[in-house]
Structure formats: structure tokens, C-alpha cells
Design a protein around this ligand. Structure first.
Ligand code: ADP
Length: 403
């Protein structure tokens, strides 16, 4: 049997196929330009010797249903999913689960309706996730499907953390609170860190840093999320590729009055024209480091701001968590940039955080320690694997539902 994991955007489907029971990844693909005349599927397929073969197909794709049809036919030809009956389940990444979804849910009409009701809280993400769910249910009607929520891991935030200091009716009437995102990644790396440290998952204290295009930090006490940098939406917190992260909330009113910008325009600017891109025009951290090294002052400022904001959250979460077993770096930047890791951790010796620079530069593999020998706080670089975690949670949810 196989399990497929899908993550749908408005014109894309990212997917991975795993074999059961060992969750060996058999194929990973990206379908793009859905809705256009040049739809494109690119897939990496595992060969018998464990290496991967790249393939691509270009074909007009009218909608997500046709995208799934192409994915099914490519995988049928490649004997990865011989027919639909080979699929034990399909797991969907859903960004916002609100307060309702504390764990993965097997999808039925009611779950679809509940995800739809959450659209006002996640207008940029949940509609595409729903589109994918509906198209996949139509294309694979006999396959049980589950939704795995990015917010779920943070359901343990205590009230004094998740409430904003605003009129309480806003929470009661409009569900205004901190939800937190990237939960699947924070959960996965927390479990991997516990394993690496030889601790029970419920006993580990961590600060996990998911630094990718989107970026967030989580304070993990006893294996549970007790604070996180993203909030009502994924805009709060760290400086990101194109998102501002924390700003003075009064900035919005000031700018709306000064420029005549609408709420929608301002929201778009803070989500897609801000962050690293807003400061230096680039949002790829490799290019930013390169430009900063060449003396570009805007790139240097963007890098400084990015690292400073992460450092500030580490300081805050050291205070929140108390005894910290490990600081965990993950995500494209966290896993790959020795420069960022070194700058984030620099000057934190008094907190027990000491990077071994040689280990930092040479680290590889799925989990690597980059702390100085004997340092009180371990510093781990862990490759996140949200798709594998969604696959695992999908299987668990389907079995738990007795399906
Ligand atoms: P997403 O949030 O879109 O999943 P990723 O986790 O893939 O993003 O992270 C993308 C970011 O990782 C980009 O800013 C990219 O520049 C950065 N990145 C990838 N490799 C490196 C590297 N070797 N050094 C610095 N940054 C890197």
C-alpha cells in the first residue's frame, strides 16, 4: 500500500508518495501552472538502487482535478501507484485549523465545511487547500483522505500566551488569538531532537527555529508548544522572505492615512513585498549573503535584521522554557546556512549557547550537533520532513477512525 501527501496552492500541487509500512519516499513531484496552457509536472522517482530519476511532463491543465489526473497517470505508468486501490490514504496539508482541529481529521462533508468556515482566518491559504481537497476527493473517490493542520501542534499554548491584549469580545466574536503555524515541522523536529538526545518526547525542552522562506520559532516545554512567533496569521514574528514579521500595530493606520492604501493593499505589501525582499530587494538568503559579502549595504542590513530578530526570540524563549536541552535549526536557511546559524548564536555564551564553528560549517546528515563539546545547550541542525510527518499522521488518523 501507498500513502500520498499533497500540499495545494492556487495553481500548484506539491506531492510525495510513500510506501507502507516503512514510509520510504517513492516519488516527489510538483505540478505547476494549473489553469494555464503550459501546465507542468516535474517528479523525482526513486530507482531500485535508491537514487532518484528526474522526469517532467508539459500539458495544459485546466484545474486541480486535471492536475491530479496527470499525477495519477504518471505514477501509474511508473508503477508507483498501480491503481487507486493501492492508496491507503491521501493526506492534505491544511494551513489553518482554528481552535477546532487539535489533531488530524479524516475528511468528510462536515470537515470540508469546517475548513471552509475557517477561510476568513486564513484567506490566503485555506481556499487553495480546500480546492485541493475537493479535487482529490473527486478524482480519488474511493480513497480515504485526511487533513493535517499547520496550527495543530500549537493547540497547547496557554491562554496567557494565545490571547492578545485586546477587547475580549474580539476573541469571543471573531476568534482573534495567536494560533501559530509550521506546527508539523516544529513537531517533527522536536521528536527527532528528543530521539537524538535519548529523551522521552514528553520530557524534552527545546527552542525550535524553522527558518525558510516563511520563518517561525517555537518554545517547546515537555514536548509541547508553549509559545510560538507566528500569530493569528503567519505574518507575525520573525523577519521572513517577503513577510514583515513583527511591526508596531499602529503602522497600519498611519500608512493607510498617509498613503490612502486600502486594507487589502497593505495586507498584500506586508505579506509579499516586505521582509528580506522589502529591505534589500532579494528574498533568497543565498543571494543576500553573497551580496552582503560583496559590500551591498541593503543586503547586509537585511541579514542583520533577520539574525537579530531570531536572536531576540531565542532570548525570550530561554526565559519562557527555563532549562533548554537544545536549540534546533531547520528549514531551508536553518539547515543550510552556517553564516546565519553562527550569527544567530553569536554572543549567547552566557545562555549556554556556544557554536563549534568547524562543526557548524561541515555538518551534514539528517541530524547534526554543532555545539561546543560540553556546552549546556545543544545546538542541532535537523532536516525537517513535513511530508513524512503528514504521511505518518494521515495513517494514524485513518487507523484511529477504524477505516
Ligand atoms: P519554504 O518556506 O518556501 O519551504 P525553504 O524551507 O525551502 O522555503 O527555504 C528557502 C530559503 O532557504 C531561501 O531563502 C533559500 O535561499 C534558503 N537556502 C537554501 N539553501 C541555502 C544555503 N545553502 N544557504 C543559505 N540559504 C539557503
Amino acid at each position: 500500500m501507498k500513502v500520498a501527501v499533497v500540499n495545494c496552492g492556487s495553481s500548484s500541487i506539491k506531492y510525495e508518495v510513500f510506501s507502507l509500512p516503512d514510509l520510504v519516499m517513492l516519488a516527489a513531484g510538483l505540478i505547476e501552472k494549473i489553469g494555464g496552457s503550459e501546465g507542468c509536472l516535474r517528479q523525482r522517482k526513486r530507482k531500485a538502487d535508491g537514487t532518484f530519476e528526474e522526469q517532467s511532463h508539459v500539458k495544459p491543465l485546466a484545474d486541480h482535478h486535471e492536475g491530479f489526473e496527470l499525477m495519477a497517470s504518471v505514477n501509474r505508468e511508473d508503477r508507483i501507484i498501480k491503481d487507486d486501490s493501492e492508496l491507503f490514504g491521501i493526506g492534505h496539508r491544511v494551513v489553518h485549523g482554528g481552535e477546532m482541529f487539535r489533531e488530524p481529521a479524516v475528511i468528510d462533508h462536515e470537515i470540508v465545511a469546517a475548513i471552509r468556515r475557517l477561510i476568513p482566518l486564513a484567506p490566503l491559504h485555506n481556499p487553495s487547500n480546500l480546492l485541493g481537497i475537493e479535487a482529490a476527493r473527486a478524482r480519488f473517490p474511493g480513497v480515504t483522505q485526511a487533513a493535517v493542520f499547520d496550527t495543530a501542534f500549537h493547540h497547547t499554548l496557554p491562554p496567557h500566551v494565545f490571547h492578545y491584549a485586546v477587547p475580549s469580545a474580539w476573541y469571543a466574536d471573531y476568534h482573534v488569538r495567536k494560533y501559530g503555524f509550521h506546527g508539523t515541522s516544529h513537531f517533527y523536529v522536536s521528536r527527532e531532537a528528543a530521539k537524538h538526545l535519548g529523551k522521552e518526547p514528553e520530557k524534552v525542552n527545546l527552542i525550535t527555529l524553522h527558518l525558510g522562506n516563511g520563518a517561525s520559532a517555537a518554545a517547546v516545554r515537555g514536548g509541547a508548544s508553549v509559545d510560538t512567533s507566528m500569530g493569528l496569521t503567519p505574518l507575525e514574528g520573525l523577519v521572513m522572505g517577503t513577510r514583515s514579521g513583527d511591526v508596531d500595530p499602529a503602522l497600519h493606520f498611519y500608512l493607510m492615512r498617509q498613503t490612502g492604501m486600502s486594507a487589502d493593499e497593505l495586507e498584500k505589501s506586508l505579506n509579499s513585498q516586505s521582509g528580506l525582499k522589502g529591505v534589500c530587494g532579494l528574498n533568497d538568503m543565498r543571494e543576500i549573503i553573497d551580496q552582503a559579502e560583496r559590500g551591498d549595504t541593503h543586503a547586509a542590513l537585511a541579514l542583520d535584521m533577520f539574525c537579530y530578530r531570531v536572536k531576540k526570540y531565542i532570548g525570550a524563549y530561554m526565559a519562557v522554557v527555563g532549562r533548554v536541552d537544545a536549540l534546533v535549526f531547520t528549514g531551508g536557511i536553518g539547515e543550510n546556512s552556517a553564516t546565519v546559524r553562527s550569527r544567530v548564536c553569536g554572543g549567547l555564551k552566557h545562555m549556554g549557547i556556544l557554536v563549534d564553528e568547524e562543526r557548524n560549517v561541515t555538518c551534514s546528515g539528517s541530524v547534526a550537533g554543532i555545539h561546543e563539546e560540553g556546552a549546556p545547550v545543544k545546538i542541532l541542525v535537523i532536516k525537517t520532513d513535513e511530508e513524512r510527518e503528514i504521511a505518518r499522521q494521515t495513517i494514524h488518523a485513518i487507523k484511529k477512525a477504524g477505516l
